[in-house]
Design a protein around this ligand. Structure first.
Ligand code: ADP
Ligand code: ADP
Length: 228
């Protein structure tokens, strides 16, 4: 579902944030990306979402090679990967419903179909009652759920989220993680960047750890090692 082969990433002429990273994530996995602030977690997610290009190496997402993605293929990638960045980019001058409708605007669906899909997305995250509210009236946890609804309204195969539980209390954070787990259970491949090892260990089945310059995959720790 996601494959990195010898991927390097630097911004401009700067140092490599990510250096020679290779891994494969299969359909339906729940991976979390750990590491201190500035390690490159967001950068890794942006590479998966096609929001930043790799500097070197090859990235394949949902059967598409990102390094030579044609402009025509780009909208398909957008729909295949639901993205929840740290800055949720909610539109505060529109209703909750309008925020969820936004990613459907370019799909050419009839407006009735779009509204039904947006309603279904809001229902899945437990926000049906707030459909007409402006996002500013929502709590932090509700705003995060709205961001999730908007990311899944196109029924993506992959969901990536950057620190979705940051600044939320424990109970609210768990409720957000339960929403991700529900999507993961129905087959959505999930990759979440987080500082919260304890919380992520409850939900994720695999961990990537990025320490400046070093990448470790918990799946490889479980594999047999050979000492010569
Ligand atoms: P994390 O999510 O682990 O905190 P990031 O991926 O946000 O890490 O950042 C990794 C490094 O890349 C940091 O040193 C950060 O300053 C740098 N960086 C991130 N985005 C950019 C950018 N657009 N331009 C230049 N440097 C960036
Ligand atoms: P810009 O063209 O200004 O660089 P983008 O076109 O990359 O911005 O993204 C526009 C908005 O769409 C952003 O809020 C971004 O978070 C969101 N976005 C981009 N890619 C995806 C995706 N695959 N799934 C969901 N939202 C996305």
């Amino acid at each position: 579902m996601i494959e990195f082969q010898h991927v390097f990433k630097s911004y401009g002429q700067g140092r490599s944030i990510l250096a020679d990273i290779s891994f494969k994530v299969s359909a339906g996995e729940f991976v979390y990306v750990a590491g201190p602030s500035g390690a490159g977690k967001s950068t890794l997610l942006k590479l998966i979402g096609g929001l930043e290009p790799a500097s070197r190496g090859s990235i394949q997402v949902n059967g598409q090679r990102l390094e030579n993605l044609s402009p025509r293929a780009r909208p398909y990638l957008r729909r295949a990967v639901g993205v929840i960045l740290q800055d949720t980019h909610l539109l505060y001058d529109r209703s909750v419903m309008d925020n969820v409708l936004l990613p459907l605007a370019v799909t050419g669906l009839a407006s009735g179909v779009s509204r039904a899909r947006a309603r279904a997305a809001l229902e899945k995250v437990g926000l049906s009652a707030k459909e007409n509210a402006p996002p500013i009236e929502l709590s932090g946890g509700e705003q995060q759920r709205l961001a999730i609804a908007r990311a899944i309204v196109n029924r993506p195969a992959i969901l990536i989220a950057d620190e979705p539980t940051a600044s939320l209390d424990r109970e609210t954070a768990r409720r957000i993680m339960a929403v991700f787990k529900d999507f993961n259970r129905v087959g959505v491949t999930t990759v979440i960047a987080s500082h919260d090892d304890e919380l992520m260990a409850e939900y994720a089945t695999r961990a990537f750890k990025i320490d400046p310059g070093r990448f470790a995959d918990s799946a490889e720790r479980r594999a047999p090692t050979h000492n010569n």
